[in-house]
Design a protein around this ligand. Structure first.
Ligand SMILES: [Zn+2]
Length: 435
């Protein structure tokens, strides 16, 4: 086999993947991930792997492959990336979101940071290593999943329920939303490695009352009851709860920036972090935001019921407190049910795998400071964690200081610098060498 160069390939792999429409609107319509999965499987088969395409429903395709490591007695590592992307309104974009256009040193398109970039980096590094005959020190399982953007019921959740055998021996997992840089100054960059995720509680609230004529007295008005509960939830000031991950993050960042860390006023410390504050601020506390409201059908008719939706997110270790508070805020006349509910995750920032990530970053960027952080959202890691895996968000990218990276997730003009993709391949290669 002729040796392939991952740094040369990664940009084209990323562009190709962006050009394959795998939009996921969340209702199982649309193109599905089949075409992207076939592309990925072909790229893996070319370097001697035997990828399996697993469809959970028509065109909802996942790809799983196993690379035999040098020491089969060791436990395996999972590298996972999702193949679907969120929808877009092409008119809003500078370059078409399915174009994979290169402009201003970036690859543009839906999925450029979430997460066809990492899919391409994984493909590039695996193809290079295998074409050079370099196996990883232990078994590495690759999973490219469907449906992450809609909760994974056709993707990671389905895979881990129906095909758990494919992940046999996997005790650690590497996936998305981490490993990117945030500039402290010219010389130093934080690299945020995800070690925790908030839990998810999307809830439907229902108030039931007494229907009747809008001109009559009515002290059981469903809309009034519901509106009160929604306002209580929306206005509630959730107390700051510092998890271990957030404490470690704040301590590292305060030291690096020579900031005074006031444990009693974590918010003030976070406010000094500039654009990062938006992301980190949400990890200091549970949150619950009312997002939908509906009830009634005529101006002079009091309806029997009214419905609202709330997007709740709870910190690791604070789920019970979250629901106790929500129930108190709801009051006796409003009930809740789940639209979607998933666990919070947290693991320590220690051990050989963490060292391998930090060392790989430091070798490619001498100004790198790896720190753990909590993701305010959720990823496929929640599903994989149910198989006993300890997981991290580590899709390494060295980014220009002025790029609003977190704003690009699901945003307009999503793009990734080509240099960052090449950096990611080099870091992942070093990481796999020592994983
Ligand atoms: Zn994603």
């Amino acid at each position: 086999m002729t040796a392939l160069n991952g740094e040369d390939e990664v940009v084209e792999l990323c562009r190709d993947l962006i050009r394959i429409d795998s939009t996921n609107a969340g209702d199982n319509t649309g193109p599905g991930e089949r075409a992207a999965a076939e592309y990925v499987a072909e790229k893996l088969a070319e370097v001697g792997l035997e990828p399996r395409i697993l469809e959970s429903d028509s065109r909802r395709a996942n790809v799983v492959a196993r690379i035999a490591g040098e020491d089969p007695s060791r436990e395996a590592l999972l590298l996972h990336g999702h193949l679907d992307v969120v929808p877009f309104n092409a008119d809003d974009w500078t370059h078409h979101p399915l174009s994979g256009e290169i402009a201003d040193g970036c690859v543009w398109g839906r999925g450029a940071v979430d997460m066809k970039d990492m899919d391409a980096m994984i493909l590039a590094v695996v193809r290079q290593r295998l074409s050079e005959g370099r196996r990883p020190p232990r078994d590495v399982v690759l999973a490219f999943t469907a449906d992450e953007e809609a909760g994974g019921s056709y993707g990671a959740q389905w895979l881990t329920e129906k095909h758990a055998d494919l992940f046999e021996g996997c005790t650690e997992a590497i996936g998305e939303v981490g490993g990117f840089s945030v500039s402290l100054d010219e010389a130093r960059r934080l690299y945020l490695i995800e070690t925790a995720e908030k839990g998810i509680a999307w809830m439907r609230l229902t108030a039931k009352g007494r229907a009747g004529h809008g001109s009559m007295l009515n002290d059981e008005n469903a809309i009034t009851e519901l509106a009160d509960a929604v306002a209580r939830i929306g206005r509630y000031q959730w107390p700051v709860r510092l998890t271990q991950t957030v404490k470690t993050f704040l301590a590292e960042v305060s030291e690096a920036l020579e900031l005074e860390l006031d444990a009693d006023d974590a918010e003030a410390t976070v406010a000094k972090l500039g654009p990062l504050a938006r992301m980190i601020g949400a990890t200091l506390r549970n949150t619950a935001n009312p997002t939908m409201l509906a009830g009634g059908y005529k101006a002079n008719v009091i309806p029997q019921s009214a419905v609202a939706h709330v997007d709740g997110r709870f910190l690791p270790g604070h789920e019970e407190e979250f629901f106790a508070t929500i129930d108190e805020l709801l009051g006796p006349n409003v009930t809740r049910e789940f639209v979607y509910h998933d666990i919070a995750l947290e693991t320590g920032f220690d051990g050989p795998l963490v060292r391998a990530m930090a060392d790989a970053l430091a070798a490619e960027d001498p100004g790198a400071l790896a720190v753990p952080y909590t993701l305010s959202g959720g990823t496929d890691l929640k599903a994989f964690s149910r198989l006993g895996m300890r997981g991290f968000g580590f899709a390494p990218l060295r980014l220009p200081a002025d790029l609003d990276f977190s704003g690009m997730f699901h945003g307009v003009d999503e793009r990734v610098p080509t240099d960052s993709l090449r950096f990611g391949v080099r870091v992942l290669d070093r990481f796999l060498e020592n994983c």
